[in-house]
Design a protein around this ligand. Structure first.
Ligand SMILES: O=C(O)c1ccccc1NCC(=O)[C@H](O)[C@H](O)COP(=O)(O)O
Length: 259
C-alpha cells in the first residue's frame, strides 16, 4: 500500500459522501454553526515553550492495529486533562480505522482545538472538517498542487480554521513556504514508504523562518526526542502512537510539556 492508494481510497469515499450529502447542504450546516469558543491555535503555537498536539489514532498503514481497545472519548479527555494544546483525530476509515464521528464527538466535548487528520484532497473535506467541529486541517504538500495548497488554506482560514501544511523534503518545505503557509509541519515519516527517520525534522527545521510556527510530526517516542526538538526550535510536537500505546498518558504528556 502506497500513498497513491490512500489518496485513491479517499477519492472513492469522497464521491460516496458527496452523493449522500451535497456541498450545498454542508455549507448550510457550517453557516448555521455558532461561533467557536476554542482558543486560537496559531496564537497558542506562538507562545513560548513547546506545545503538545496529541493524536487519537486506532490503527495505521505502517503498524496495523495500534490499540485493540479504543475508548476514543476517554482518550481525548485524558489528553485534555493532561494539558495538551490540541488534539489530532484520525478520520480516515480504511487504513487508520478513523471516523468523522470521532472528530465530531471529541470536538464537542473538549475545550482545546481539534485537528482533522486526513488526506484533504477537495474543498468538500474542508467544509466537512468545519461541520464536524475541527479548528485545524492538514494539507499534505506531497498530494496537492501549489494552487490547491493556496486555495485550500485560504478556504480553511475563511471558515475560521487553520491549516498545517505538511512537508517531508526540502523541496516540499519550499513549496509550503511559497504557498503562504502560516503553520508548517515537518514529517519524520516518508509517505512514500512509511519509514520514519526522526532526524528528518531536525535537518529541515532551519528552512522555516522563526515567524512561522513549525511542528515536528511522527516517530516521536522519548523525552530525549522531545528535548532535541525543543532545542532545535520547534514550536510543537505531534505525537500519536507513543501516546496511544502508553498506559501513563498523563505522566508522559506532563513530562513532554515540562520541557
Ligand atoms: O502513521 C502512519 O503509518 C501513516 C502512514 C501513511 C500516511 C500517514 C501516516 N500517519 C499519519 C500521521 O500523520 C501520524 O499519525 C502522525 O504524524 C503521528 O505519528 P506517530 O506519532 O508516529 O503515530
Amino acid at each position: 500500500m502506497i500513498l497513491d492508494d490512500l489518496v485513491a481510497a479517499t477519492r472513492i469515499r469522497l464521491a460516496r459522501r458527496q452523493q449522500h450529502q451535497s456541498l450545498t447542504e454542508l455549507k448550510r450546516i457550517v453557516a448555521h454553526q455558532p461561533p467557536t469558543t476554542k482558543s486560537d491555535f496559531l496564537t497558542t503555537l506562538k507562545q513560548p515553550g513547546l506545545q503538545v498536539i496529541a493524536e487519537v489514532k486506532k490503527a495505521s498503514p505502517s503498524k496495523g492495529t495500534i490499540v485493540a481497545d479504543f475508548p476514543y472519548m476517554a482518550i481525548a479527555q485524558a489528553y485534555e486533562q493532561a494539558g495538551v494544546d490540541a488534539i489530532s483525530v484520525l478520520t480516515e476509515p480504511d487504513y487508520f480505522n478513523g471516523h468523522l464521528r470521532y472528530l465530531k464527538t471529541i470536538s464537542q466535548q473538549v475545550s482545546v482545538p481539534t485537528l482533522r487528520k486526513d488526506f484533504t484532497i477537495d474543498p468538500y473535506m474542508i467544509y466537512e472538517a468545519k461541520a464536524n467541529g475541527a479548528s485545524i486541517i492538514l494539507l499534505i504538500v506531497a498530494i496537492l498542487t501549489d494552487q490547491q495548497l493556496r486555495t485550500f488554506r485560504q478556504l480553511a482560514e475563511d471558515l475560521g480554521m487553520q491549516a498545517i501544511v505538511e512537508a517531508y523534503t526540502a523541496e516540499e518545505v519550499t513549496r509550503a513556504l511559497q504557498s503562504g503557509a502560516k503553520i508548517i509541519g515537518i514529517n519524520n515519516r516518508n509517505l512514500k514508504n512509511f519509514q520514519v527517520d526522526f532526524t528528518n525534522s531536525l535537518k529541515l527545521r532551519a528552512m522555516v523562518p522563526d515567524s512561522i510556527p513549525v511542528i515536528a510530526e511522527s516517530g516521536i517516542q522519548t523525552q530525549q526526542d522531545v528535548e532535541k526538538l525543543a532545542a532545535a526550535g520547534f514550536n510543537a510536537v505531534l505525537i500519536g502512537e507513543t501516546l496511544m500505546r502508553s498506559k501513563h498518558k498523563r505522566e508522559l504528556i506532563t513530562a513532554f510539556r515540562g520541557i
